[in-house]
Each structure stands twice: as C-alpha cells, then as structure tokens.
Design a protein around this ligand. Structure first.
Ligand SMILES: Nc1nc2c(ncn2[C@@H]2O[C@H](COP(=O)(O)OP(=O)(O)OP(=O)(O)O)[C@@H](O)[C@H]2O)c(=O)[nH]1
Ligand SMILES: [Mg+2]
Length: 349
C-alpha cells in the first residue's frame, strides 16, 4: 500500500520549479522508448505507424505538461501561500499538475483556505465530466476495454446484474471477445449461468456481426474484451473488431485507480484508438487516492460512467454522480483504511 505524506512548502516550491512530482526514476513504467516486440525467433520488430503516432502523442502531452507546470502553474501560485496550501491538498489527493493548474486558475481572491477550497470544489464540479447517460438504461451496445486485469469481466458481470434489477434477462445480451485467455471466457460464462443470460463467444469481426444480428432484439448488449497491454503493438489489431462493427459500439475505458499516475495518459492514448465514450474507474478500494484518474477524465474530457470499490458482485458498483465521486476523491486518504477493511470482509468472487 502506498501512502502520501503532506508536502512541505519547500517541496512544493521544488515541485513547481521542476514541473513534476519526485517520481522520475527510470523504471519500465517511465520508459517512453518505442515498444518493441520479439517474434518467436527473438527478432525485434520496429513499432508500426499507429504505435509511433501514439508514442509521439504521449511525448507531446508530457512535454506540454512539463512546460505548463514550469511556467503557468509556477506563475499562478508564485507568492501566494494560500495557493500553495491548496496545491498541497490537491497533490495529496493525486491530482496531476495540468489539472491542478486548471483548478487553481478558477481561484479568485479568497481570504482563507476554506473559502479557497470551496472554490476548488466548484471548479471540480464544473470541469469533471460525468456521463448524463445512465449506462444501466442505455439502449445499444457497450464494450468495456482496458489494460490487463483492470476489472473488465467483473465490471461486465456487475453491469449485467444491475441491468437485471431494472430489466428482464431477455433484454440483456452478453458477448465475450476474450479469445486470448480461457479463464477470461469461463469467468463470464459462469456469471452468465448465475444470471440466466447466455454468453456468446466471438472470435472475429464476422462472428461479431452475426452475433449482433442474432441479438438485435436485446435492449442492451454488453461486450467483454480481452485485457491488452497499452504497449502491445497489436492493440489496434486485437480491438479492431470494435471499429469494424456494423453497429455502433460505445467503448468505456475500465481503468484501475491503482494505475501509476505516470502511465495513465499513455493508456488513454492507446485505448482511444477505439474512440472512447468515457471511463469507468475500478479498484477504488485499493487506491490511496483517485485524483490521478479524475485528472485524466478532465484532461481528455472523458465522462465518468461508473466506479467500483471492491470485488463483490454486484454490490461494489456505483453509477457515477458528482456527489459520490467528489466525496471519494476528497475524502479518500482519510477513509482508505476503513473502506479497505470493510471490503476485505465482504464475499469475494
Ligand atoms: N479490490 C478490487 N478488486 C477488483 C475490483 N474489480 C475487479 N477486481 C478484481 O480484479 C481482478 C481482475 O478482475 P477481472 O474482472 O478479471 O479483470 P479483467 O480486466 O477482466 O482482466 P483480464 O481479462 O485478464 O484483462 C479480479 O480478482 C477481480 O475480482 C474492484 O473494484 N476492487
Ligand atoms: Mg477479463
């Protein structure tokens, strides 16, 4: 479990003038060199044009963030102890420099910290996009995409169970496209059996087209996708069926709140290949803060659909509302221990 201590004023000065947090050690997560893939003979193949574009976009974003935090944020906060305090609180909640800058820019003259903090909450309320489309009432096709182990299959099971509380089993279609892991398919099929909803296994674009035609009388069709590393050179190939589908598919990025802040933008850039409609945050119960994932929602203007805070199906699932998510975002470090203990006691699947 990682925890964050409160930064001192000097450290905040350093942060403002270095343009980043102190996590700049060279690690695989920070390594921005183009991904390479070795074939069975061990030969390294260079990245394809799609990947190169992703890498360039990510680099540009990082440069933008760096320049931004070195100039604008420093200028905005310079000489104002109150702004330092606010920046300190936002940083403690995981909010990223670019987002802090946006939020601080909404700060007008305030005499005390409480008034200033209320202004920041107001800025968050206006800048954080929350989906107006309740996914449980959505009519159409929804796919959860995201990195390996981010909670897609469990998320589909949670969604299906909550849909079942509003509609009948006949209204819901379930599809698994996870043809890479045997366990992944079986996992959804088990949930399907429990819910009495057949799970259709799809291997390629033409399978998907046929299955979607077969399920055309369903109100909502939920598609589970394979877990793919955001650095997988074949990501676009593996998720290509989404863009090739004859019917529109709403893709929601399933992102764990435990994801390292340095790679979130890279993940969003990679999965944006599927034209993301929004985001669902998972594993909030395991993370010390969620400001870093909310920063991505703000920076990419990706509406938040839902969040999960435990393994229990269907209990640990919520449709995102501003109140709920801000409460979690701003209270997280205080409530983390209790939430974790409570979830550890609940039934696991
Ligand atoms: N603590 C916690 N665990 C979760 C949450 N959501 C899912 N998990 C667990 O995370 C693990 C992975 O979840 P899956 O739903 O299999 O993730 P996935 O994205 O489908 O994984 P792949 O298909 O392998 O990419 C499982 O043990 C889940 O029970 C959550 O909100 N909190
Ligand atoms: Mg899965």
């Amino acid at each position: 479990m990682s925890t964050r201590r409160i930064l001192t004023e000097d450290e905040i000065h350093t942060l403002l003038h270095s343009g980043s947090t102190s996590k700049q050690s060279h690690s695989p997560a920070n390594d921005q060199s183009p991904p390479k893939q070795a074939d069975s003979s061990g030969t390294i193949t260079p990245p394809n044009p799609d990947q190169m574009l992703n890498i360039i976009q990510t680099e540009l974003r990082h440069i933008r963030q760096m320049v931004s935090s070195r100039t604008n944020l420093a200028t905005t906060s310079h000489g104002s102890p109150l702004k330092f305090k606010i920046l300190e609180r936002l940083t403690l909640q995981g909010f990223q420099p670019l987002t802090c800058e946006k939020l601080l820019s909404g700060l007008t003259l305030a005499s005390d910290e409480n008034t200033a903090w209320q202004q920041i909450i107001f800025s968050l309320e206006t800048q954080l996009p929350i989906s107006q489309d309740n996914i449980l009432d959505h009519q159409g096709i929804v796919a959860l995409v995201g990195p390996t182990g981010s909670g897609k299959t469990t998320g589909i099971a949670k969604l299906a169970t909550h849909c079942l509380l509003r509609h009948s089993a006949h209204d819901i279609g379930l599809i698994t496209t996870d043809y890479y892991s045997v366990g992944g398919r079986d996992q959804l099929c088990t949930f399907g059996r429990l819910l009495d909803i057949p799970v259709h296994r799809v291997n390629n674009s033409s399978d998907l087209e046929e299955t979607l035609a077969y399920l055309s009388n369903k109100r909502i069709i939920l598609i589970d996708t394979p877990g793919i590393s955001h650095r997988d050179p074949e990501l676009s190939e593996k998720l290509g069926f989404i863009l090739q589908s004859p019917k529109p598919i709403k893709t929601i990025l399933t992102l764990s709140a435990t994801t390292h802040e340095n790679i979130i933008n890279e993940i969003v850039d990679a999965f944006n290949y599927t034209h993301l409609s929004g985001m669902s945050i998972t594993k909030i119960d395991e993370a010390p803060f969620i400001g870093h994932v909310l920063s991505a929602c703000i920076d990419y203007q990706l509406p938040l659909y839902s969040f999960t805070n435990g393994q229990h199906v269907p209990a640990n699932f919520s449709i995102a509302t501003l109140d709920k998510i801000l409460n979690l975002a701003l209270q997280k470090p205080l409530n983390f221990e209790n939430t974790f203990k409570k979830n550890a006691e609940s039934v696991r699947c």
